[in-house]
Design a protein around this ligand. Structure first.
Ligand SMILES: C[S@@+](CC[C@H](N)C(=O)[O-])C[C@H]1O[C@@H](n2cnc3c(N)ncnc32)[C@H](O)[C@@H]1O
Length: 242
């Protein structure tokens, strides 16, 4: 997928059709011919650079009807659980498919992601999103994960749904020895229940973290943390199956 980036770094999908903005329009034939690296000009002379979308560009622009896990949190999930090429991952719920896309990107062609989504309309959006990015190793399943996990020998089970503790018993039998469970919960009370249930099912290395990101603004006047920031996303709880 190609995108167009304006002089301020704003991104737009480059559909093969005439492109209209507040800065003028670009002709359909120019858009069709535009290759990554090319600069296209609107009829008013404003420049747009053609880029091949990377996974973050794609997720920023794809269709979605629910919140998604942000890069700051997905990065920590990937690094903490050490997932990599060839691994098998369960992801639930799918939502728009952002986490499924990131996991699919990391495990590569030799790995697989099985993503469970209870809502048919969301599962369909996620399927379109995954196909649009061209990943063949991500399998969207329209299924309530509480009804059971079909796969075994899993390296990571990631849960982003309201009551993740209800999945822990089934998760234990689906996980490899040494495999991880990781959950994302917005509230402390959810995280406290999780700790109790993870210990009940004898998971080890149970820990919760919160990632607080502070961007620094560099201006002529001075350099300081941005005054506007995301205050809180969620608590990330990790545990290992031994
Ligand atoms: C916040 S969204 C997940 C977002 C996703 N992690 C992402 O980054 O794109 C939570 C999803 O879980 C789904 N869900 C809730 N309970 C579920 C269950 N028991 N089984 C499968 N999916 C479920 C909801 O329908 C919703 O789409």
């Amino acid at each position: 997928m190609r995108i167009l980036m304006d002089e301020k770094g704003r991104k737009y999908i480059a559909h093969n059709e005439e492109f209209h903005t507040n800065f003028g329009f670009i002709k359909k034939e120019d858009i069709e011919k535009g290759m990554p690296g090319d600069v296209l000009k609107t009829h008013l002379g404003h420049k747009f650079k053609v880029l091949k979308a990377n996974i973050n560009d794609y997720i920023d622009l794809m269709e979605r009807k629910c919140s998604i896990i942000l890069p700051k949190d997905i990065g920590i999930i990937i690094a903490t659980t050490g997932i990599g090429c060839g691994d098998k991952i369960i992801d639930a719920g799918t939502g728009a498919g952002a986490t499924a896309l990131h996991f699919g990107n990391v495990v590569g062609e030799k790995g697989a992601v099985y993503s469970y989504e209870i809502r048919k309309d969301f599962a369909e959006i996620a399927k379109r999103n995954i196909e649009g990015f061209g990943l063949e190793n991500v399998h969207i399943k329209c299924k309530n994960i509480l009804d059971g996990i079909d796969e075994e020998n899993i390296d990571l089970i990631f849960l982003d749904l309201p009551k993740p503790w209800d999945v822990i018993e089934n998760a234990r039998s689906a996980l490899k020895v040494g495999g991880y469970i990781a959950t994302y919960t917005p509230y402390i009370e959810q995280m406290q229940i999780l700790h109790k249930v993870l210990k009940k099912y004898e998971f080890t290395n149970v820990k919760t973290i919160e990632c607080i990101l502070r961007e620094i603004e560099v201006k002529n006047k001075g350099t300081r943390p941005k005054t506007r920031a995301v205050g809180h996303t969620g608590y990330l709880t990790f545990a290992r199956n031994l």
